[in-house]
Design a protein around this ligand. Sequence first.
Ligand SMILES: [Fe+2]
Ligand SMILES: [Fe+2]
Length: 185
Amino acid sequence: MYTTEILEKNHKNIMRMTAVVKKMCVGIIEGKEVDVEDFVAFCDFASSYGDQYHHMKEENFLFPEMIAKLKGHAEMMIEKGMLVDHNLGRAHIMSLRNALNDYQEEPTSYNKLLILTQAMGYVDVLESHILKENNVLFPYANKDLPESSQTMLDEMTKSFEKRMEDQGVIKKYLYILEKLENKYQ
Ligand SMILES: [Fe+2]
Ligand SMILES: [Fe+2]
């Protein structure tokens, strides 16, 4: 299904970002200064690309269709697993933004620790979440969703992708990702 192909493509970019974040955190442990601006860029990527662009398609297109058509196991996996992970990720980003503000006001070791904790919390949640979607949830959707559902989802995804492309959203965040990747090679 085109929809899950696009979602998996998004996952690759989110994983590229989590790889960068791990390098940023390790750098701090090894004595580098906290680059608040880079962490803010990561938060913006997580909120805009991760949430408003990627999770939006899962939460508004794929998940409701899977719950409606497959019920039972799919419903449990989505409600008790996937949506919980999305919310945990959001909570980590919110706390990370707070930790960054606190660190700017008071650059203490404790506030630095909070930055590392929340950034790595997000990485941990999202990386295992993506594996579950790629290896369990998406193959399930591709195999068991009726043809009509798959066609409808693909149409919705295509028009959403076009809108995001026209608004320059995808390009903007891939540029931010590339810039951070180059800096933290
Ligand atoms: Fe997800
Ligand atoms: Fe996802």
